[in-house]
Structure formats: structure tokens, C-alpha cells
Design a protein around this ligand. Structure first.
Ligand code: SF4
Length: 379
């Protein structure tokens, strides 16, 4: 039993199961776990990877998004918590050592503003009645008011506004009742303004459903780049579309997981490696290659005949070499001030582990790496 003292809450959590699995907060739950534990997901937080409770206040919803299991009228058993109940369930799980954080989301009942009030009430009870000071991620509902967004950012470490699609035209195909600009992008912009003005630490994330609205990777990544650069988003999540029975998109093919993976790899190049979206190697149809990761695809086109000299290259140039990330680029720049780097072994010695990936695309003081060493097994 998940929460021994409150069996009715445990039963509701078991019924909710992994209902919030489509939300942008961590990895999928471990399928080996007891069903009641499917509401627990692992998430990267500023303090490391932690198990969190991913909970919906209610799985009832008055809207009818085409991809969503909770859409109005879809036959399913639904569950609701009061703010006190959900806060108590979390408190019990936290005290039992099962979770170290919470993500609070919900279906929509009586409009986005009313359900946002309940989400905020839950967060407030957890923070002030149960005296919980740890990780909390709060969903901003479509149409939430400015002061509600502000309050969510005061209470939470992270807030999310899910855009779902890269434009109003694409969103029409997924969720015709949602307004891309007035309900969603406007709230994302508010989080940026509020953070800048009030110095709040809460980061903002968003999520796209991939592959159900005929959007291209280029469209998804162009918007991701703008969100990272202009609104300071902490992370853009990509969720490969999976058809749900008894929804308008049930007959559509699922999106291959490799597309989601390539989008994440390209998104990290935009966010962490300083790449511009124009540098990403898109095919003529506007999508990334799936057979090879985007950094390697770019290097094969651009560096195979023009390798980068690790003794002279800028940080930006080093960050275009497969196998060299931000830490590796910094280590190379620091080490070469102290003396020449001559070999793949020298790179390995300063902490670059995947030297075999880098080998075809680099020079050491004008020389290609020793061919034998390029075949040396990675450490
Ligand atoms: S508003 Fe949210 S919960 Fe409701 S149908 Fe749309 S995606 Fe699902």
C-alpha cells in the first residue's frame, strides 16, 4: 500500500497511475514498479536526478484535444483530488522516502483560471502547511491570469506552459480549442518578464507533441531556438506522438522514437553548444536525418575535408566536433595554454572520453591523429 494511513488516497493515486506521463517532467515511470507507483517519475533537478510524484488534480477535462487521453467524453474512469488530499498524499510519500519532489498538473474544469487556483492552493498547502521546501514543478494552465503565473513562479522551482505545436496553424490540428497566442505564448512571455523583473529562480519549460500535426523538425527547432534565446527557456521537451484509442487521431501512426531522440540532440546543440538553427543539417523535407545524429551529420558534410586544429580552434569551432562537448572544449583551451596537445591520448588525459568520435575531424598542430591511435578503444 502506497500510503498506509490513507488507503483511499493510495487507491486514487493507483487509479491515476501514470496519467501524467505525457507531461514534460522527467522520464517515463519504471514499468517494473507496482501500478500505484506509476505516478513516480525520475527528473533532472538542479540538485541531481530525483524521483518525483507526477500528479493530476483531476483527470476530468472539458476540452477535447485530439491527441489526449483525458479529452471530454472519452470513456475512462476518472479521478479527482482536492488540494488538501493531493498535498496530504504527497506529504505522506515524501515522508516515506518515496519521492523527493512534485509536479502538479490537471485537466481543465470550469476554465483554466479556476483549475489554476486549485493547483496553486495545492502548492501553497504543501509549502506552508506541510513545510516542504524541496523541488516543485507547477503547470500553467491555458488562459491562467498574470497574477496566477506570478504566484506559481513564487511557489515553484519550475513552471511549464505546453505549446504542443510550433504554430497556431499546427495547433489547430491537435487542439482546436486552444489559442496558440492568447492562451499559450503570451503566458510563456509573462514567465520571462516576471523572472526578469522579480529575480525569481523558477525556470520555464515547454513541450511539443511530435508528429501528429504534419510539422517539420525545422519548424519545431526554429521555435525552440527562439524560446531559448528570447525567453530564456530552461528546456524544450519533445514527446513522440502515440495514438490513443477513442480519440480523433487513433488511426494515425505513432511517431518513431528516433525522431524524438534526434530532436533532443539538435535542441541541446542549440541550447548548450551555441549552434544556430541554420547550421543544423536538415534534409530538403525540413526534417533531420534519423540514421545519424545531427552533430555527426554536420561534421561529415563540413569537417571531413577541413578538420579543426585543436591547437588553434575557437571554443565555438571545437563545439562543432563530434565527441567534444562544452567541458571538453574548455579543457582543450585550458590545456593548450600550458603546452601542445599532440595526440588522442593527450585529449583522453584531459578528460575527453570519446576521442574516437572526434578523431576523423581534428588536427594536432596541422597533423591528422595517428591512424593507429584513432582505432584505440575508448577508455
Ligand atoms: S486541455 Fe489538457 S487535459 Fe484537457 S484534453 Fe487538452 S491536453 Fe487533455
Amino acid at each position: 500500500m502506497l500510503i498506509k494511513a490513507q488507503p483511499e488516497l493510495s487507491e486514487k493515486l493507483a487509479l491515476m497511475g501514470n496519467a501524467a506521463r505525457h507531461e514534460p517532467a522527467g522520464d517515463a515511470p519504471d514499468e517494473q514498479l507496482d501500478k500505484a507507483m506509476h505516478c513516480i517519475a525520475y527528473v533532472a533537478t538542479p540538485q541531481g536526478r530525483k524521483p518525483i510524484l507526477k500528479a493530476l488534480l483531476t483527470s476530468h477535462c472539458e476540452r477535447s484535444c485530439h491527441y489526449c487521453p483525458f479529452r471530454a467524453g472519452r470513456p475512462m474512469r476518472r479521478v479527482s483530488f482536492t488540494p488538501d488530499e493531493l498535498a496530504a498524499a504527497f506529504d505522506a510519500m515524501h515522508r516515506a522516502g518515496l519521492v523527493q519532489g512534485i509536479f502538479i498538473s490537471s485537466g481543465i474544469l470550469n476554465g483554466g483560471v479556476a483549475i489554476q487556483d486549485k493547483i496553486l492552493a495545492t502548492a501553497d498547502i504543501i509549502r506552508h502547511k506541510h513545510k516542504y521546501a524541496g523541488y516543485m514543478h507547477i503547470k500553467i494552465m491555458p488562459g491562467a491570469e498574470y497574477d496566477q503565473v506570478r504566484r506559481a513562479m513564487q511557489l515553484g522551482d519550475r513552471v511549464s506552459v505546453n505549446l504542443e505545436a510550433p504554430s497556431a496553424k499546427h495547433l489547430q490540428k491537435l487542439a482546436p480549442q486552444k489559442n496558440f497566442h492568447s492562451e499559450l505564448t503570451k503566458r510563456l512571455a509573462w514567465t520571462y518578464e516576471i523572472r526578469a523583473r522579480e529575480g525569481l529562480r523558477a525556470g520555464t519549460v515547454t513541450q511539443f507533441v511530435v508528429g501528429a500535426a504534419d510539422e517539420t523538425d525545422l519548424e519545431l527547432l526554429e521555435l525552440s531556438a527562439r524560446l531559448y534565446r528570447q525567453l530564456g527557456l530552461r528546456r524544450v521537451y519533445f514527446s513522440a506522438f502515440e495514438p490513443i484509442p477513442n480519440t480523433p487521431l487513433e488511426g494515425r501512426s505513432p511517431t518513431p522514437p528516433i525522431r524524438e531522440r534526434r530532436l533532443y540532440q539538435a535542441g541541446f546543440l542549440l541550447r548548450d553548444y551555441g549552434w544556430d538553427v541554420e547550421e543544423l543539417p536538415f534534409a530538403p523535407d525540413g526534417n533531420l536525418r534519423t540514421d545519424v545524429d545531427p552533430k555527426l551529420a554536420w561534421a561529415l558534410e563540413n569537417l571531413a575535408e577541413a578538420p579543426v586544429d585543436v591547437m588553434k580552434a575557437s571554443r565555438r569551432e571545437l563545439l562543432h566536433v563530434p565527441g567534444i562537448g562544452p567541458k571538453g572544449a574548455d579543457a582543450i583551451i585550458k590545456a593548450r595554454k600550458l603546452g601542445p596537445l599532440r595526440s588522442l591520448e593527450d585529449l583522453r588525459a584531459i578528460g575527453i572520453r570519446n576521442v574516437r568520435r572526434a578523431a576523423p575531424f581534428i588536427l594536432f598542430g596541422g597533423r591528422r591523429p595517428d591512424r593507429q591511435l584513432t582505432l584505440f578503444p575508448a577508455g
